[in-house]
Design a protein around this ligand. Structure first.
Ligand code: IPE
Ligand code: IPE
Ligand code: MG
Length: 247
């Protein structure tokens, strides 16, 4: 039976998050410079969006560039920024056609101006699309997200909009960059690393984690299906006993 048939279409995650890792190693294995791997990585993103759209998965978040990635060599950072800009140019028509709404989480101010403008443009242009929400974590880190939320909460307290007693389990996440986005049920990381690397620290609290050795440029629809099948074979207990959740 092929992999797609093994997926229970009634038990899909609403939100899948990806740590797209392994582009550099993929390029190196081919005797190429790292940016070559990042380029190939863009086509994997396209494939994931197609699969998610076909299956009806509503939210896809990709970790495109972390706060820590600013510490990479200047050439690589510049290369990634211009690649992202080009990807927006190349894909905007497709996204309109396929009902993809783009949003971005991260420190927008740190992006070079030309990219910031392009990102603002694509967000605005796609804002009424409803089939699939594509969230790009760009100059993002989980700690940054939480600290920003704390800063905004403090400000709203000082401004008298809320009082400290209003800060609750329900309202805190509304101050995160992912306000109104359900937490990812599934987080996939490629390239054999088993870590979170400062991704969605708050939001991943109860996500199922899937790690694969496949490098991001080699990741494809079949590999995505495998991850979804693995997810569907897990029992999500949320602290309860197995007997309780089976009821
Ligand atoms: C992931 O691939 C892409 C980014 C972090 C921008 P890497 O560039 O980290 O690839 P490896 O881990 O060096 O192979
Ligand atoms: C995580 O990958 C960030 C992105 C995929 C954008 P890294 O390759 O930067 O992670 P570490 O440094 O190996 O943990
Ligand atoms: Mg890496």
């Amino acid at each position: 039976m092929d992999l797609l048939e093994q997926i229970d279409k009634t038990k899909l995650p609403q939100h899948v998050a990806f740590i797209m890792d392994g582009n550099g190693r993929w390029a190196k294995k081919r005797g190429q410079i790292r940016i070559f791997g990042h380029k190939k990585g863009v086509s994997t993103v396209k494939e994931m969006l197609t699969v998610a759209g076909n299956l009806g998965i509503k939210y896809v978040t990709v970790y495109a560039f972390s706060t820590e990635n600013w510490n990479r060599p200047v050439d690589e950072v510049g290369g990634i920024m211009s690649l992202l800009s080009k990807a927006i140019d190349d894909e905007i028509d497709n996204m309109m056609k396929n009902g993809v709404r783009v949003s971005m989480i991260g420190e927008m101010e740190r992006l070079p101006k030309y990219l910031r403008e392009k990102v603002t443009y694509v967000i605005e242009k796609t804002k009424n699309n409803t089939k699939l929400n594509f969230i790009v974590a760009l100059s993002y880190s989980g700690r940054w997200d939480i600290v920003e939320a704390a800063r905004q909460l403090a400000k709203d307290c000082v401004d008298g909009k809320i009082s400290p007693a209003d800060i609750s389990y329900d309202m805190f996440p509304r101050y995160l960059s992912t306000a109104n986005v359900p937490d990812p049920e599934l987080m996939i990381r490629t390239s054999g690393e088993s870590r979170i690397s400062n991704f969605l620290l708050y939001q991943l609290a109860y996500s199922e984690l899937y790690f694969t050795d496949v490098l991001w440029p080699d990741f494809n629809s079949e590999e995505f299906y495998k991850a979804l099948i693995s997810y569907q074979n897990r029992e999500r207990r949320f602290g309860k006993t197995s007997e309780q959740v089976k009821k």
